[in-house]
Design a protein around this ligand. Sequence first.
Ligand code: ATP
Ligand code: FE
Length: 364
Amino acid sequence: SSSLEQQTSCDDTGAAIVSSNRVVLSEAIHLQQHLHEPHGGIVPTLALESHAAQLPGVVRAALQQANLAATDLDAIAVTRGPGIHACLSVGMNAAKTLAAALNKPLIGVNHMVVEGHALMARMTTTKEGEAAFPFLCLLVSGGHTLLLVVHDVNHYTQLGTTLDDAVGEAYDKVARLLGIAWLPGRGGGAGAALEQLARTGDASRFSLPIPMRHASRAASMDFSFAGLKTAVARMVPALAEQEDDRWRADMAAAFEHTVIAHLTDKLRRAFRWTQQHSIPITSLVVSGGVASNEAIRAELGRLAGEHHVPLVCPPAKLCTDNGIMIAWAGMERLQRGFIDDYSIDIRTRWPLEALYQEWEKHIA
Ligand code: ATP
Ligand code: FE
């Protein structure tokens, strides 16, 4: 069985077809980076115009690549939220119309955690048992930083979240403070550029505060990145006066080093929590755009090893937003009977609790 997806939550237009035995039959994507980079961030009206113009061609390309007719599909999955209202609408209206015309099930997918980014790891892993439920999941993206125990689709325990900025957001802001140009192409952007620069830097030159180490917050499994960004911002003006440009790479390295120390602190606590609650986690799953970072992967791989579970991350290019992850999440939902009405709405904000409530209703 195969399911087609459309992903238009924010800045790239994607469609993909996957089969229930984890084969990606096709993927088409239209990138918008070139539209947004001059503005230093996503411009909703430009994103909307581009989605509206590109989506039909992207869907057509996905079908052609897979050599399938629309009638061959078993279901149509679509990003329902969270995201930019106008952008989500383009995808939702297209998906509803397709599904209704073809008389196929429609599946609204949450772009995030227990669905999009996190389930992706279940599709891409090849080893038996890896990313099988339950698993410990760190979701690190442009808008989210979440630490969860995932028991099943939509069934999870949230251990921690960010109290302020998301990790990816911190990478983007610090890249801007350091005046780093975005890396072009798929998997590019500000975060990837910062990672590349950090590789050439000396992390020990600057000492940045590791967040949440104070006794009053150390026991929590929440994250905080705003203070770290502010610490960088305070140091930049004096450094920018220097002739020598090396400080940028050194600061990038110090920032990344501190981020990793913070993530590791909280993950150690999460591992301990699963032990205390006797939850037999199979893996540490790390996904979302920041999970494409090799330094982060290496360190978290070591940490997982210490706790005798594998680290499972999707391939780097599938960590950032893509159509395949929505198609796969649609497949996982389809297999569990989570099917939506053709009248469903989009959800620009979609709190995790709502997913959990849906799960409770479904099993009742
Ligand atoms: P969300 O999924 O929370 O709605 P999003 O879809 O914008 O947010 P993703 O596409 O999952 O986020 O990830 C993009 C984020 O990942 C950006 O903030 C980007 O800077 C960051 N990122 C991408 N590659 C790297 C990298 N190599 N190192 C660090 N951060 C990275
Ligand atoms: Fe995303």
